[in-house]
Write a protein that binds this ligand. Structure first.
Ligand code: HEM
Length: 407
């Protein structure tokens, strides 16, 4: 295999507000490179290169050995091995993924819409009288964890404790890793114990036609799957469905405000799904996915070797000017190719994406219906780093609409 020396790639800094808000501002002058290097390893920046890389089996997500190498303890390794689809061994991943997909039916997601609306309206009720709010702290944070835990089938009254434990699972991505381990272990012990109890109670009661009911039935029908794998997989649903949706939803709300679409969407919510789709391109809640090279490969003239780390940079790919017209602006819908990697692509593509799209649309629907004259009341604050990132604070002022929605 021939190619240029990879160390010749431009070196860029991606852990910054500037990169998150406008990746091109952090790139060298001149034509945009397809590949660069950063603190994460190689950065794939072009949309076609990132899209192709999602399907390239010569690059794989990090695995349990990576976590062992950074000193993870046994309970953390057990979660990674038995429930964390992002990192589990390929044979187990390919056994568990189809079962989870089967339980995530579109009709099950659709029939949960009234519950999503109830959760959204309950959160709005808490601050609507104030005339101001932080849309992240007071809405985007709690909404997704309430939706995912109740969609999965955990009792609503458990949400605060479950949310608190799930928040700590973020520490899986922390550097350095070891200082956060005791908190992570405690959260995992709580989730394992709590979800095991819920599963036991459900098995002892008449079957219910919800996500957990379907999962228990599918699990019990497969003699290779263990109860531990069921409990850890449910724990992973909570992790997969929380911060990702929180940041993607906050990005969509910023897009709506920036594009001046609030009142239009209040009057006609039909374009909300298109707004979310194009906002995921501009303000992704998962701005990168990490891969490890397993076999040598050549990308845009650069040779990568086993062990190299690759960041599939969705922030940059989403604004690739060679693909997207007027790439820095929201277009709903777009006339150029639709951005289709916001939920990943290929073998590891997000299995919660139907739920996420519907729950974000319900949230934006409820907020636009109930709040009028919404305007920024302070600085937007960002968490620009990591695999999950985005707007951490959206302070707004508003007036409550006279006509309040039902349900
Ligand atoms: C807007 C919200 C969301 C975004 C942006 C998002 C994004 C992603 C991305 C980019 C991947 C691919 C990871 C990779 O290629 O390594 C992924 C995988 C995954 N997501 Fe999501 N996700 C969201 C919501 C959810 C929800 C609500 C759930 C579950 C309830 C969920 C569960 C999963 C799971 C289980 C995987 C692993 C799939 C596999 O490896 O086979 N996600 N997600």
């Amino acid at each position: 295999m021939s190619g240029s020396d990879p160390s010749q790639c431009p070196v860029i800094v991606t852990n910054s507000d500037a990169f998150y808000l406008d990746p091109d501002s952090a790139l060298p002058e001149g034509p945009r490179p397809a590949v660069a290097r950063s603190e994460y390893g190689y950065e794939f920046l072009s949309y076609p290169v990132v899209r192709q890389a999602f399907r390239d089996k010569r690059m794989q997500p990090r695995d349990v050995d990576y976590f062992r190498s950074i000193g993870a303890s046994e309970i953390i390794l057990e979660f990674i091995r038995d429930g964390n689809l992002n990192f589990m061994a390929p044979d187990k991943h390919d056994r568990i993924r189809p079962i989870l997909v089967k339980a995530f039916t579109t009709s099950r997601v659709d029939s949960f819409r009234p519950e999503m609306r109830r959760i959204a309206n309950g959160l709005i009720d808490r601050f609507i009288g104030e005339g101001h709010a932080d849309l992240v702290g007071q809405f985007c944070h709690e909404y997704p964890i309430s939706v995912i835990s109740q969609f999965v089938g955990l009792p609503g009254e458990d949400v605060p404790e479950v949310a608190a434990a799930t928040m700590h699972l973020r520490m899986l991505g922390q550097k350095p890793f070891e200082p956060g381990m005791p908190v992570l272990e405690k959260a995992l012990r709580y989730l394992f114990g709590h979800i095991s109890q819920v599963v036991d109670a459900r098995r002892a009661a008449p079957p219910r036609d919800d996500f957990l009911g379907a999962l228990i039935e599918l699990w019990d029908g497969d003699d290779q799957l263990t109860d531990g794998e069921l409990v850890w997989s449910v724990s992973f649903m909570l992790l997969g469905g929380h911060d990702t949706t929180r940041y993607t939803l906050s990005g969509s709300l910023v897009s709506v405000l920036e594009a001046g679409l609030w009142e239009q969407l209040a009057a006609d919510p039909a374009p909300i799904p298109d707004v979310i789709a194009d906002s995921m391109r501009l303000h992704p809640g998962t701005p990168r996915q990490m891969r490890v090279v397993h076999e040598p490969l050549e990308v845009a003239g650069h040779v990568l070797v086993p062990g190299d780390l690759v960041s599939l940079n969705m922030s940059a790919a989403g604004r690739d000017p060679a693909v997207f017209d007027d790439a820095a602006s929201l277009h709903c819908p777009r006339s150029d190719p639709a951005y289709d990697i916001g939920f990943g692509f290929g073998r590891f593509a997000c299995i919660g994406q139907t739920l996420a799209r519907v729950e974000m649309a319900e949230a934006i629907g409820a907020l636009t219906r109930r709040l009028a004259n919404v305007e920024l009341a302070g600085e937007l604050r960002l968490k620009p780093t990591g695999v999950v990132a985005g707007f951490d604070s959206i302070p707004v002022r508003f007036i409550a609409r006279a006509e309040q929605p039902s349900g």
